[in-house]
Design a protein around this ligand. Structure first.
Ligand SMILES: [Zn+2]
Length: 182
């Protein structure tokens, strides 16, 4: 079944989870793999540093409570350049030869579900709602309410553009809700 929120179509396409999760895939239906790839490509024009900064903000910006009692390296994980040079991996292997506990513990510390690499989609959803990544639950709900009202087809005489925006807003909100942001 398609892993997109609220979709129950048959999943027929694999989509890579992300650059730090090689070999992991989401399963989506045709429509949603297209939607996902749009979000995925959102970062294609950015440098690694910019992507790393964005991802870090996505992790540390949304939920300050995650960081309580977690040390800095576990919270942030290796940087992109560390990943590339392999120094972070070498350090991790010394403490944990198979690399299992390290990642599991880091995940637990962040209170994240196993498949957490929805960050490009989440970033896109925040953008759709006109919010910064640091937006609170109340911000998200308020923006959603306002935009749904503004773009509702009934309020726009069936205008095609606002209908598209209306649907995008609902989809963005559902995604953030499922991801636990609101
Ligand atoms: Zn789907």
């Amino acid at each position: 079944m398609c892993q997109w929120d609220g979709c129950d179509k048959t999943a027929v396409h694999r989509a890579p989870v992300g650059r730090n999760a090689e070999g992991e895939y989401f399963m989506f239906c045709f429509e949603h793999v297209k939607e996902y790839n749009k979000g995925y490509n959102y970062f294609s024009g950015l440098s690694d540093t910019e992507i790393a900064r964005y991802q870090k903000e996505a992790v540390t910006g949304h939920r300050p409570t995650w960081t309580v009692g977690v040390n800095k390296s576990a919270r942030n994980g290796p940087t992109q350049s560390q990943m590339r040079s392999g120094t972070a991996g070498a350090q991790a292997r010394m403490r944990d030869p198979f690399g299992f506990f390290n990642e599991a513990r880091a995940r637990q510390a962040r209170h994240e579900p196993r498949l957490r690499k929805l960050k490009t989609l989440e970033a896109k959803a925040f953008e759709t709602l006109g919010l910064a990544a640091s937006a609170t639950t109340a911000d998200i709900k308020a923006a959603y309410k306002e935009l749904v009202k503004k773009h509702h087809p009934d309020a726009n005489g069936g205008d095609r553009g606002s209908e598209d925006r209306f649907r995008a807003v609902i989809q963005a909100y559902q995604l953030l809700k499922q991801a636990g942001f609101c």
